[in-house]
Design a protein around this ligand. Structure first.
Ligand SMILES: [Zn+2]
Length: 294
C-alpha cells in the first residue's frame, strides 16, 4: 500500500508516494496547475460563482442547494450540473491544467447535491426529453460529464466518490459501475475531525474495496493538532491497510503538517511496537521508510 497526501499547497514532501493538490476548491478559488502532481478539481461546488450569479444554483422543491438552506444537509453550495456555461468554464479549466506537466486530474463534487436536485426548468426539460426515469437520467448526466472531462484531461484520471456505497446512484447520480469504465482509480474521502471512533471508516474502506472494479484510494483527514488524535489516525490507517486499498491519502494543511506526521510516527516507539505486535506489515513498512528520512 502506498501513502500519499492531499494538500492545499503544491509542495512535494519526502516520504509520500502520491501528491494530490486542490487546484480548484469549493469556495471557488482557482490555482495554477501543480506540476508533477495529481490536480484535484472541485466541479459543481463553487460558492464564488454562485455569489456572482445566484441563478446558476441547483434547486429542489425545498429550495436552493446552499449551505444556508437548512432544509437540506449540505456541506457546500452546488451549481446546477446541467448549466451549460458553468460546465464549459470548468471543462476549460481542466483543459488548461492538462497543458501543463501534471501527473493527472481528479474530479470531486461533479454530481447532484442529493436525490431531490435539480428541478430547475432546464433539468426538468432535459429529463423529460430523455425518456429515462429520474435516477437513470441524473446518473447519465453525471457519467456524460465525466466522459467529456476525461477527453480533455491528461494523465491519470480519477474521481472522488461521495462515501455512500448503498445509495450513491439514487442520491447523487453516481453510477459507480459506469464511472469505473472511465477512471484509473476511485478516491474515497472519509473525512473526520478525529478517528477515536473509526469503525465506520474501516467499514466503508472495506465496502468500497470489495464492490468497486478499479483500484481504491482512501483519504483520511490528518490536520491533527494533538498526539492523541494523530495516534488514533495512524491506527486507523493501519486497519484500513488490511483491506485491498492501493493507497491512503492524508489530508494536510501543508508540507510541515505532513512532515510532523512522519516524525510523530517514527518517534512513537509504543505505536511501532503495537503495529508489529498485531502484524500491521504495510503500516510498519511505511513508518520504517519514514525512519530513513526523518
Ligand atoms: Zn438544474
Amino acid at each position: 500500500m502506498q501513502i500519499g497526501l492531499v494538500t492545499y499547497k503544491p509542495e512535494l514532501v519526502e516520504g509520500y508516494d502520491l501528491h494530490v493538490f486542490y487546484s480548484k476548491s469549493a469556495d471557488g478559488q482557482v490555482f495554477p496547475a501543480a506540476k508533477g502532481m495529481q490536480n484535484d478539481v472541485t466541479v459543481f461546488c463553487d460558492a464564488k460563482s454562485i455569489r456572482e450569479d445566484p441563478s446558476i444554483v441547483a434547486v429542489s422543491n425545498a429550495g436552493p442547494a446552499l449551505r444556508k438552506n437548512k432544509r437540506s444537509n449540505l456541506a457546500f453550495d452546488f451549481v446546477c450540473p446541467t448549466h451549460p456555461q458553468y460546465r464549459a468554464k470548468v471543462l476549460d479549466y481542466v483543459k488548461s491544467l492538462s497543458r501543463e506537466s501534471i501527473l493527472g486530474v481528479t474530479l470531486n463534487l461533479y454530481h447532484f447535491p442529493d436525490q431531490e436536485y435539480c428541478v430547475c426548468p432546464r433539468c426538468v426539460e432535459l429529463w423529460k426529453q430523455s425518456g429515462l426515469n429520474w435516477t437513470q437520467w441524473r446518473a447519465r448526466t453525471v457519467t456524460e460529464f465525466l466522459r467529456e472531462a476525461k477527453e480533455l484531461a491528461k494523465g491519470t484520471f480519477a474521481v472522488e466518490i461521495y462515501p455512500d456505497p448503498m445509495l450513491a446512484k439514487e442520491r447523487y447520480g453516481l453510477d459507480l459501475e459506469a464511472i469505473g469504465e472511465l477512471v484509473d482509480y476511485y478516491h474515497v474521502p472519509l473525512s473526520s475531525r478525529d478517528y477515536f471512533t473509526n469503525y465506520w471508516a474501516v467499514m466503508l474502506a472495506r465496502d468500497f474495496a470489495a464492490s468497486l472494479k478499479k483500484p481504491v484510494v482512501v483519504e483520511l483527514s490528518a490536520e491533527m493538532p494533538t498526539d492523541e488524535k494523530l495516534e488514533a489516525l495512524l491506527k486507523t490507517v493501519a486497519y484500513v491497510s488490511k483491506n485491498k486499498i492501493d493507497a491512503v491519502l492524508l489530508l494536510v494543511h501543508d508540507s510541515e503538517n505532513a512532515r510532523q506526521i512522519c516524525k510523530f510516527a517514527v518517534q512513537n516507539r509504543h505505536l511501532r511496537d503495537w503495529l508489529e505486535q498485531y502484524d500491521f506489515k504495510e503500516m510498519t513498512q511505511i513508518i520504517d521508510g519514514w525512519a530513513n528520512i526523518y
